[in-house]
Design a protein around this ligand. Sequence first.
Ligand SMILES: Cc1ncc(COP(=O)(O)O)c(C=O)c1O
Length: 379
Amino acid sequence: MSYLFPTYARWDVTPVKAKGAYLTAKDGKEYLDFTSGISVCNLGHAPENVKKAVEEQLELFWHTSNLFQIELQEKVAKQLTKASGLDLVFFGNSGAEANEAAIKLARKATTRTKIITFIDSFHGRTFATMSATGQDKIKTGFGPMLETFEYVKMNDINALKTALDANTAAIMFEVIQGEGGINEGQADFLKEAEKLAHENGSLIIIDEIQTGIGRTGKAFAFQHIGLDPDIVSVAKGIASGFPLGAIIGKAHLSEAFSAGSHGSTFGGNPVALAAAKETLETIFAESFLADVTKKGEKLHSLLQETLKDTPIFKKIKGKGLMVGIELTEEAGPFITKAREQNLLILTAGTHVIRLLPPLNVTDEEIEKAVKILGDLLKG
Ligand SMILES: Cc1ncc(COP(=O)(O)O)c(C=O)c1O
């Protein structure tokens, strides 16, 4: 019997140890992990440099409160602003909290209430971020959603034009929808959406919680398109598995987040920040990001080559090391079968296999995973 609420359909794997791209279970099985804790352990499990930074911080102090000057917050905020081209950071503990902060900030700064999001998006499980999410299955049974949000089809500029009005505080989106199926926003659509928003006095909020921190081969996915967001939300990969989330915003929004307007007891915890500082120093290096692009190209092309004549294979989606394999049938059963072959992978939407290997995955690990997937999907 379990003492946990059954909110997750858990796998029959009990981890006891994990290092790099490999995870060892209690029964002795060793898995090649192409989930990275759902885009969190981007440097693989327990990277030595991050571990050392955390150990050093543990010797110093663990928690004070945000009433103190926390030097590590300034240092990590500088890394995030430098990498994104934005100006100011607020730290929380998770993706949903980051999006909550983004929603609150956009509403207060614009004094408007409506936020447009996209169908099939995923923005979190708190009440506002669940309401923001464009998927009914996330909301079932929870009663009326917040009325703040209006959902439009991604890549449909006319639908967006119809929804955008004088009460629109922001348009909020993922550049590539992760949970929704590795669905890419088209560059010309997103650019036009941004132009329309800014002409209308509305803000652009980009949810980089899954796509950010190097996952797509750039620090942030919006940089592939040259967008100019007002607020970017990040979490997941920011601290290699320690709980941390953040929004990065433009300086002109500062007044709306004045003292006492928003907060978090644990947000910006020094131990999580020690992990973040080291993680970001590694990932935001140009040569590291170039390598992610190279590895991503290898994974995409090897999958394409291996699967091209497989009847159930439709196409490869995504960017960098955020990869979707779209099938003509449901992806779920293949996740279980891959696990039986010691490969950990995920679904995205219903018909897409999602691969999120660590960003420092080796060529050999890529080849091993593709071989297992090829054999599975060919039947
Ligand atoms: C794009 C996106 N936004 C928000 C979230 C929510 O993040 P968290 O689970 O840390 O609250 C997720 C989590 O999967 C996500 O992928």
